[in-house]
Design a protein around this ligand. Structure first.
Ligand SMILES: Cc1cc2nc3c(=O)[nH]c(=O)nc-3n(C[C@H](O)[C@H](O)[C@H](O)COP(=O)(O)OP(=O)(O)OC[C@H]3O[C@@H](n4cnc5c(N)ncnc54)[C@H](O)[C@@H]3O)c2cc1C
Length: 476
């Protein structure tokens, strides 16, 4: 087992009621790390247990035997994010984000393109030049979208919630928006957001995201880290945690939750690791993927609480990430790219977007491969061949004669949770019915779903709920 710790004492910034209270955090993704940072800043003692040898979860990255970084997935930041930016500023790493031109470029067969470029106008007018300035959709097609926009921009909270009953495809067609826009514009957007097509996603997800993009002028602008997530985000966060006196243990997989026997109220007494070791604290914060959490919930809790029963309806979406190192520059583009056809809905040339990944002026591509369900069992070479043939369709001229120098493939059988219709109301609060137990992760309630922002928001909400519980119990 690897232990990373520092001998420095925790920073006690707040009241004595949290002093010497120990919190065990399970899961070293962005949710767990952000909760750990906030709890340390609030004066708690923190021990974080991560099952894998590396931190970062779905945002993790590692070096291969050549020393090249392999990423779990292509990660971009949206201008709309808030909590993750606060956290990055606290740690002094916000400057690691490189903001790109505010444009969404769609790449099509035979090298055809269309792009949405926003203008410096107050929202929602900033998107009008983007919508009407492109030439790919006809004016009548564009007007079908323009007519539906007020429902998105001015919809009440209740209206958005009600749209969780149907899929995005149903919502789109009910509003008479052009079929071509569904297939060419919203399909890659849905696949980029949740790795699923519009007919499998709650309408609420797409409307929530579109609403934010329409209401806030810089919300849809995207940024990339200037290097690997490990060096530019996860590592510095872990460093901040250990510098504040927290302990991080990797290769520390939690195998069982141990409820307190004969307690007047239900409480957790400890967690058992794979090696049999039992770790105890005063409070517990589980920042695990929901499908992993489901395997750990004690039977008695399932039987007693709807809160836990509901979690059994959550599952993760399969996705794959392919990286290709090419022998030449083929895109010349320093931004995110979308593709509505084939299996590469969203991708980027990291050789251009990410200075630490520059590859001698040559292209270093990273693709989200989705929908992945039907091809998950294909062998690696078949998937890489398929990605390369998609790439050749969208960049036919520059890829002619180009060769792949090296490739990598990462498979994630259950990645972000699947926001299917009807599920939103079942998302749990961070405060659980167990007195000393809190949950964090993209599937818990917050408005950014399963994203880096959603994970960080959930971690910070869980930490706040924990602090409030301790305060309330010390005043009562
Ligand atoms: C391919 C891909 C692309 C993405 N692109 C973007 C993007 O562009 N922008 C964006 O904002 N978001 C993106 N996301 C989503 C983002 O990565 C996640 O929402 C976020 O990282 C989730 O963080 P988390 O802490 O909630 O969960 P996780 O990252 O899953 O962390 C959970 C941690 O718990 C650990 N764990 C599991 N079981 C145990 C156990 N029994 N004991 C101890 N530890 C355990 C895991 O190893 C993991 O480290 C992407 C995700 C993927 C997969």
């Amino acid at each position: 087992m690897t232990t990373i710790s520092s001998s420095r004492p925790p920073i006690i910034k707040q009241a004595d009621d949290v002093k010497r209270k120990k919190v065990i955090i399970c899961g070293g993704g962005l949710a767990g790390l952000s909760a750990a940072k906030m709890l340390l800043d609030s004066g708690f003692e923190v021990e974080l247990l991560e099952g894998r040898a590396i931190l970062g979860g779905k945002a993790s990255s590692w070096r291969d035997s050549d020393g090249d970084w392999i990423e779990s997935g292509l990660h971009v930041f949206f201008g709309a994010y808030e909590e993750i930016f606060k956290l990055m500023r606290e740690v002094g790493i916000y400057e690691n984000i490189l903001w790109k031109e505010h444009a969404l470029t769609y790449t099509l067969d035979k090298g055809e393109r269309f792009a949405f470029r926003t203008a410096s106008l107050p929202s929602p007018f900033h998107l009008l030049p983007a919508v009407f300035g492109q030439k790919y959709f006809t004016l009548p097609q564009t007007l079908t979208l323009a007519r539906a926009m007020p429902s998105i921009v001015f919809g009440s909270e209740r209206y958005y919630k009600e749209q969780d009953k149907i899929t995005y495809e149903e919502w789109h067609l009910q509003h008479g928006i052009s079929h071509k826009m569904l297939k060419k514009m919203f399909l890659p957007m849905a696949l980029a957001l949740k790795f699923l097509p519009p007919e499998e996603l709650s309408a609420k997800v797409v409307l929530d995201v579109s609403g934010i993009f329409l209401r806030e002028d810089a919300a849809s602008r995207m940024g990339f880290l200037n290097g690997s997530p490990q060096e530019k985000l996860i590592g510095p966060l872990a460093q901040a945690i250990t510098s504040a006196g927290g302990t991080i243990r990797t290769d520390a997989k939690v195998r069982a939750l141990l409820p307190k026997a004969n307690a007047p109220t239900r409480e957790l007494d400890g967690v058992r690791l794979e090696n049999g070791e039992v770790i105890r604290g005063d409070y517990y914060l589980l920042a695990l993927p929901v499908h992993k959490l489901n395997r750990l919930i004690p039977q008695d809790w399932y039987a007693t609480y709807q809160y836990f029963q509901r979690l059994s309806q959550f599952e993760g979406v399969p996705v794959m990430t392919v990286q290709l190192w090419l022998d030449r520059q083929v895109t010349g583009i320093d931004n995110i790219l979308f593709c509505p056809d084939g299996l590469i809905p969203v991708y980027a040339d990291l050789g251009n977007t990410t200075p630490d990944y520059s590859y001698g002026g040559r292209s270093r591509m990273e693709f989200v491969v989705a929908p992945a369900r039907g091809i998950f069992d294909w062998d690696d070479q078949a998937i890489i061949d398929r990605v390369w043939s998609d790439m050749k369709r969208v960049f036919p001229q520059t890829t002619a004669g180009a060769t792949i120098v090296k490739s990598s493939l990462v498979r994630i059988p259950q990645s972000v949770y699947w926001p299917k219709p009807g599920l939103d109301i079942l998302r749990p609060t961070q405060q659980s019915p167990i007195n000393n137990l809190f949950l964090a992760g993209g599937y818990t309630q917050q408005k950014f779903y399963d994203s880096m922002e959603g994970a960080v928001s959930s971690g910070r909400l869980a930490a706040r709920a924990l602090v409030n519980t301790v305060r309330e119990s010390s005043y009562s």
